[in-house]
Design a protein around this ligand. Structure first.
Ligand code: SAH
Length: 427
């Protein structure tokens, strides 16, 4: 989501005639787009923010914009008092405060004229930042902002605000425009992406959107993430199965393999429900790859409860598991009311146990691909190797002197590890 937000901001800045620079020392404007989903992300953001102070002291004209979840939809006065070298703050997904500030300050426009210019820039067709033009093969497109679910551990609804689906036609227009600019793949984003449209008067669904996006010429792949188990309809699964451009790749987090913990997290489903859902997804979309998220060390999680998660993951054989150690976030229900009582050492032990398990599972799943020929969409070249992904989102590297940028090519898999594959183009 932040990558998408930053891209949109970069493009808007270019429309104000700014251009990117590699060195912070050369910058007139620095934007720090932040995440606070776990303490580690927040610490990183604060560290970066602190490192900007000397730059501002050397160059008082430098404009520093703090954006994203460190600010949140309701603002964050304390942060401004603590870091007075910040000039402008922007909530997540909103480039307008910085644009407004720059127009008022550098073009010396009144606030009203500045606002009209900001609106004109943000309402126009999205233009890729110059650095991405002709190079960006895969783009992120937010379709649902915010989140209205109340998982007890999660800070996102507090920082990104209530769930807001974007207009159907606006999304179609944006993806059309991206495809015309050379983008081959879009990933539709939402905290609960499968709830797309439920807050819109016409009640469009994600499945309907997939059908319409599928018609866009030039676009070859469509993905969406993240799904919540309770909102994955048969209509959605059928769309994934029926539409060739929609990748057989589902990200649907479970978070814990224990019913008591799931209840304490207020996830709204049971382990049995999730297991059935995975069975149904695999039955309807036989070639599917499924990813999940898991939090270890949630308040009160006993060794037995963790073992339930371990055993579930052993049985489910997921392609990917994003693992996290529970991190209490100020303002959430769990941070206020539940003691963070699993020690850091124990959280790490559980994390490592799942990591080792998942590595074996992913290795086994990927090894089955050896010798198979799979269509890979190539995105970038690094140190003589081309990087691409299979429809199931597996990373593939190919060594070749050919220019593969944006091309979909059949690749024969010759080496498989847990996190990536190596193959060669068919002769
Ligand atoms: N809305 C999506 C993604 C949320 S953030 C969802 O509900 O799945 C991505 C992941 O971060 C979550 O899936 C969860 O596993 C993890 N996460 C969120 N809050 C956390 C916290 N307080 N501590 C540790 N991990 C957390």
């Amino acid at each position: 989501m932040n990558v998408a937000d930053s891209q949109r901001l970069a493009s808007a800045l270019e429309q104000l005639e700014y251009e990117p620079t590699r060195l912070p020392d050369n910058a007139d404007v620095i934007v720090l787009n932040t995440c606070v989903v776990r303490q580690s992300a927040e610490d990183k953001a604060i560290g970066r923010l602190s490192s900007l102070k000397p730059l501002k002291e050397r160059n008082p004209n430098l404009v520093i914009n703090l954006m994203g979840c460190l600010i949140g939809v309701r603002g964050n006065q304390k942060i401004l008092e603590r870091f007075p070298w910040v000039d402008v703050v922007s909530p997540p997904s909103d480039p307008s405060p910085l644009l407004h500030y720059l127009i008022e300050r550098t073009a010396k426009q009144t606030s009203q004229i500045a606002q009209a210019q900001v609106n004109a820039i943000l309402d126009g067709d999205p233009i890729l930042p110059r650095a991405d033009q002709g190079k960006l093969i895969s783009a992120f497109v937010p379709i649902v902002y915010g989140c209205s679910h109340a998982c007890t551990y999660c800070i996102i609804p507090h920082k990104r605000g209530v769930e807001r689906s974007r207009s159907y036609v606006e999304i179609l227009r944006e993806v059309n425009s991206l495809a015309q600019q050379g983008v081959k793949e879009v990933t539709l984003l939402g905290q609960i992406v499968d709830r797309y449209g439920l807050d819109l008067p016409e009640r469009p669904t994600l499945a309907m959107l997939l059908h319409d996006l599928h018609k866009i010429e030039g676009l070859s792949r469509i993905r969406f993430l993240t799904s919540h188990p309770n909102w994955m309809t048969d209509e959605l699964l059928d769309a994934v199965q029926e539409l060739p451009k929609v990748c057989p790749h589902i990200e649907v987090p479970i978070q814990s393999g224990d019913d008591t913990i799931l209840q304490a997290m207020r996830r709204g489903y049971s382990v049995a429900f999730y297991r059935d859902l995975i069975g149904k997804i695999r039955q309807r979309i036989p070639q599917v790859a499924i990813a999940t998220d898991i939090i270890v060390g949630f308040p009160g999680e006993t060794r037995e409860q963790f073992t339930n998660t371990y055993n579930l993951l052993t049985g489910l054989r997921m392609d990917v598991a994003h693992l996290a150690r529970y991190s209490p976030r100020t303002g959430t229900y769990s941070a206020r009311l539940l003691a963070d009582d699993v020690s850091e050492t124990e959280k790490m032990r559980r994390f490592r146990a799942l990591e080792t398990l998942q590595e074996e599972i992913a290795n086994e799943i990927n090894t089955r691909l050896l010798g198979q020929t799979i269509t890979v969409l190539f995105e970038a070249q690094k140190r003589g190797r081309w990087r691409g992904r299979t429809p199931t989102n597996k990373l593939v590297f190919v060594e070749t002197s050919e220019n593969l940028l944006g091309r979909e090519e059949p690749v024969t898999i010759e080496w498989a590890g847990p996190w990536s594959l190596i193959g060669s183009l068919q002769a």
